[in-house]
Structures are given as structure tokens and as C-alpha cells.
Design a protein around this ligand. Structure first.
Ligand SMILES: *[C@@H]1O[C@H](CO)[C@@H](O)[C@H](O)[C@H]1NC(C)=O
Ligand SMILES: *[C@@H]1O[C@H](CO)[C@@H](O)[C@H](O)[C@H]1NC(C)=O
Ligand SMILES: *[C@@H]1O[C@H](CO)[C@@H](O)[C@H](O)[C@H]1NC(C)=O
Ligand SMILES: *[C@@H]1O[C@H](CO)[C@@H](O)[C@H](O)[C@H]1NC(C)=O
Ligand SMILES: *[C@@H]1O[C@H](CO)[C@@H](O)[C@H](O)[C@H]1NC(C)=O
Ligand SMILES: *[C@@H]1O[C@H](CO)[C@@H](O)[C@H](O)[C@H]1NC(C)=O
Ligand SMILES: *[C@@H]1O[C@H](CO)[C@@H](O)[C@H](O)[C@H]1NC(C)=O
Length: 409
């Protein structure tokens, strides 16, 4: 195998040696090594028996952990958006990085990326949702690579049509494959989990039909190739976003009027129920697919919001408490997702209450460096700094969401 690498230059011999050593280590931790296999099996049986029906991962407490974070916000540049890497963005305090979630009465093994990738051999994990879903995707990429540069990881976006269209800022998603285990992790941007179809002959143009009762076509087209699917939506269900995106709500193929539009929350609830119902009906046709619906990620704006100078400037961890007890967590805070998946085979990934306790872990509070000035026609303007109390610093809270869903696969 190495013989084929005759193109290696003399100067790169040491690199080749390092590669060889890494290869040997990889083989040692691989499932082909009998010692390794038995260790993992014991661990797996242990977790399987303890994660039985009694376990509710949403109950528990945040505990200090010296082994956190799981990766470095400086190092994971390959996967992490700069704006979400609070270390790169110059936030001065990092105590928020030093906690893990301890579910009450459930055994949640420490995350180990090699164990994780082995378990996910030949499997595809898909995230479909809004920017909070994208945060969870970036977090999982960093967790799976340990935040280390990983040139061996392949960009396979083209297999899913995830290529940047001409003139677009970015593709609609990303897909990456770990060649050692043939594990694919992907993300598709669908803020509303509904099918968006450009409308023809509309005045004004650029209107998009938003079919509330149809899942995004990406999901319909590629569902057969997923082994794990994590859905989320929520923060785009407001009049500003819907009008700003020129979305026109449709049900049964026709534009909905009056009643339906009175309250956008009703449209959101209807869509979440529709997509859950559709997915549940698909599951028997895809027996290997494990589907999760993630509950809403809480915002922590105080004294306003994005546009009116709201902030979340607390930097002291767990000042809202550290625990979600039995009574708090009898049901999810997110009644919409909870009731939509009730009675289906879709699992709830209930992260709302535990994330609610972590108001100090958002982007806001960091001393954001001014973003690159934007050249608007002949004027150079620096966009104003907004306090982002919606997205989370990475590493951070979305890492825990991933640990929770991995424990429940
Ligand atoms: C990778 O996994 C896919 C899906 O299970 C499978 O079809 C494919 O053959 C695997 N490829 C390799 C090289 O193992
Ligand atoms: C992965 O896929 C390859 C190719 O199809 C197959 O040879 C191998 O046994 C599979 N491994 C697992 C763990 O499913
Ligand atoms: C718009 O036009 C295209 C091509 O004529 C057609 O395929 C598509 O179904 C139309 N879409 C709608 C929403 O009518
Ligand atoms: C869509 O069609 C179904 C079944 O025909 C009907 O029950 C429902 O009221 C319709 N919804 C809307 C908003 O038109
Ligand atoms: C945090 O925000 C509150 C409310 O906007 C403000 O009164 C307070 O001075 C701020 N604290 C710091 C340390 O910036
Ligand atoms: C789930 O469905 C059952 C049966 O319809 C119902 O009794 C229960 O209240 C529902 N639970 C939630 C949380 O919606
Ligand atoms: C920018 O261009 C507009 C129209 O060409 C002109 O009126 C204006 O003075 C220019 N502004 C600056 C700052 O040069």
C-alpha cells in the first residue's frame, strides 16, 4: 500500500514516518484488534443495559470536568465558523467550557472519538435544520476529529448535491467522510423543515412557496442513505424572517390565507407535526434509520433582542442553577416537539431545559473583533456588533447535545 506512494519526496520522509506511526496506532485501536473489541463490547453492553426506558437524559446536572472542552476552539479551524469560535473571537473568559452534563440515573460514557467512529462504521449521520443545527454539525465534526487538522477527511458534498451554486455565498450544506471508518457526517440547511419551491409568474418576483405539509426535497431524496437523522427548527418562525425570505405559506399545494396565518406559532406547530408524521411513516421502510427531533435551543436576550441592544452579558457559569430535577423534567419545555413525536418512533432529543441553565455560554459577552468591513458600493462600512444570545460558543453547549444523542443512538 505504501509502495504506491513513490511520489513522496525525500523531504517528506519524516512526514511519511509519522503517517506510518499513526496508521499503526489506528490499527491498534481498530476493531480488528481482539483486545480492543472485547473492551468496547463490555462498554457497549454496559451502556445498553443502563440506558433502558427509565433513563431520561434531560434530567441531571452540570458538573465541572477537568477534561473539557473536548477540542480546542483555536485548533478546529477546519470545521468551525470563526464567528462561533469564541477563542478566536477574543472572548476573555472560558469557565463555561469546563462542564459536562451528567444525566440522572443514566450512564453516559465519556465521549471517545475513536469509539464513536468505530460505532458509526459505514454509517451516515445527517443534521437537517437551521443555524443551530449547523452548530451541532460543526461541533460533531470537531468532536470526531478531536479538533485536529484532518486532511484525510473527504469532502463528499457532491454526492448529495451540496455544491456551491454560482453566485451563492455558500452551499446549502456540507458532507464529510472519515475514510478509516467510512463514516459520513452531513448537514443540510432547512430553517423551516418545509419544502421551498420558487413560485412562477409572481409579482413581485423572488417569492418562494413554503409547503408546510411537505418535508424539504433534500430529505425526501436522501433519506434512504441516512442511518441517523437529527432534525430541528424554531427560530425562523417569526414574521420578520418569513417576510424577509419572501416565503409564502402553502398547504395542500395552495396558498393558505387568513386563519392559518393569524398566528405563526400555529404554522410552526403544524409543520413540525407534519414532518414528524411523514418521517414516522417512512421509518418502517428504512429499518436502520434512527431519527431524532431536537427540541428548541433557548435564547437568552435580556433587555431587548438582536436589534434593540439586548444582551446576555453574564459570565458566571450556572448562576441559573445547575440541575434539572425530576419535577422540572417530567415533560419537555418544548411542548411542540414533545407532542409531535409522541406515539411515533422518532426520539426526542430534549436539550431545552439543560441549555436554559447556560446563559453564559452564548457568543455574546465575547469582545467581538469587528468583522471584515464590507464594501457597499463606494462606501466602506463596518457592520455593527450585535450581541448574539442565540448561538453558542464552540466548543460549548452543542457538544453536550451531541453526547446526548450519541448515547441514545
Ligand atoms: C461505506 O458505507 C456504505 C454505506 O453503508 C457502503 O455502501 C459502502 O460500500 C462502504 N464503502 C466502503 C469503502 O466500505
Ligand atoms: C462496511 O462496509 C464494507 C463494504 O461494504 C464491508 O466489507 C464491511 O464489513 C462493513 N463493516 C461494517 C462494520 O459494517
Ligand atoms: C414553475 O415552472 C417550472 C417550469 O415551467 C415547473 O416545473 C414548476 O412546477 C413550476 N412551479 C410552480 C410552483 O408552479
Ligand atoms: C388540506 O387537505 C385536507 C384533506 O383534504 C383537509 O382536511 C385540510 O383541511 C386541508 N387544509 C387546508 C389548510 O386547506
Ligand atoms: C449587563 O447588561 C445589563 C442590562 O443591559 C447592564 O445593566 C449591565 O451594566 C451589564 N453588565 C456589564 C458587566 O456589562
Ligand atoms: C402522548 O400521547 C398519549 C396518548 O395519546 C397521551 O395520553 C399523552 O398525554 C401524550 N403526551 C404528551 C406529552 O403529549
Ligand atoms: C458614493 O456614490 C454616490 C453616487 O455615485 C455619491 O453621490 C456619493 O457622494 C458617494 N459617496 C462617497 C462617500 O464617495
Amino acid at each position: 500500500m505504501l509502495g504506491g506512494k513513490s511520489y513522496i519526496l525525500r523531504g517528506s520522509v519524516s512526514l511519511a514516518l509519522v503517517t506510518l506511526i499513526l496508521l499503526v496506532i489506528t490499527l491498534l485501536v481498530s476493531e480488528d484488534n481482539p483486545l480492543h473489541t472485547s473492551l468496547f463490547d463490555v462498554k457497549r453492553q454496559f451502556t445498553a443495559s443502563s440506558s433502558s426506558s427509565v433513563c431520561n437524559f434531560a434530567k441531571g446536572r452540570w458538573v465541572k470536568d477537568r477534561n473539557r472542552p473536548l477540542y480546542s476552539g483555536f485548533e478546529c479551524k477546519q470545521w468551525l465558523s470563526t464567528m462561533w469560535s469564541c477563542r478566536v473571537m477574543g472572548r476573555p473568559d472560558f469557565s463555561f467550557e469546563g462542564y459536562r452534563w451528567q444525566p440522572q440515573g443514566c450512564n453516559m460514557p465519556d465521549f471517545d472519538r475513536f469509539t464513536f467512529l468505530k460505532r458509526m462504521q459505514n454509517k451516515t449521520i445527517a443534521f437537517i435544520g437551521d443555524s443551530l443545527g449547523r452548530q451541532q454539525f460543526q461541533s460533531l465534526m470537531c468532536m470526531a476529529t478531536g479538533g485536529e487538522d484532518s486532511p484525510e477527511v473527504q469532502n463528499v458534498g457532491w454526492e448529495y448535491g451540496l455544491v456551491k451554486p454560482k453566485g451563492a455565498i455558500r452551499p446549502d450544506g456540507w458532507a464529510y467522510r472519515f475514510p478509516t471508518t467510512n463514516t459520513t457526517i452531513l448537514y443540510y440547511w432547512s430553517a423551516s423543515l418545509s419544502d421551498l419551491v420558487p413560485m412562477n409568474n409572481t409579482d413581485p418576483p423572488r417569492l418562494t412557496a413554503m409547503h408546510l405539509d411537505r418535508p424539504p426535497s433534500f430529505m425526501r431524496n436522501y433519506l434512504h442513505s441516512f442511518d441517523v437523522l437529527v432534525l430541528n427548527t424554531g427560530h425562523h418562525w417569526n414574521r420578520g424572517k418569513i417576510e424577509g425570505n419572501h416565503w409564502v405559506m402553502h398547504v395542500n399545494g395552495t396558498q393558505v390565507e387568513g386563519e392559518f396565518l393569524k398566528d405563526i406559532k400555529d404554522a410552526k406547530d403544524f409543520t413540525i407535526r407534519s414532518v414528524a408524521k411523514w418521517l414516522d411513516a417512512q421509518l418502517p421502510l428504512h429499518p436502520r434509520l434512527k431519527a431524532f427531533f431536537r427540541t428548541i435551543s433557548p435564547r437568552h436576550f435580556r433587555n431587548g433582542d438582536w436589534n434593540t441592544g439586548g444582551n446576555c452579558n453574564n459570565t458566571v457559569p450556572l448562576s441559573r442553577g445547575s440541575e434539572i430535577t425530576g419535577e422540572d423534567a417530567d415533560g419537555s419545555v418544548d411542548k411542540t416537539v414533545e407532542s409531535a413525536v409522541n406515539g411515533t418512533r422518532i426520539k426526542i432529543l430534549d436539550i431545552t431545559a439543560l441549555s436554559e441553565l447556560r446563559d453564559e455560554a452564548h457568543i455574546s459577552g465575547s469582545k467581538l473583533k469587528p468583522r471584515k468591513p464590507k464594501k457597499v458600493s463606494n462606501v466602506t462600512s463596518t457592520p455593527p456588533i450585535v450581541n448574539d444570545c442565540l448561538h453558542w460558543c464552540l466548543p460549548g453547549i452543542p457538544d453536550t447535545w451531541n453526547e446526548l444523542f450519541i448515547a441514545q443512538i
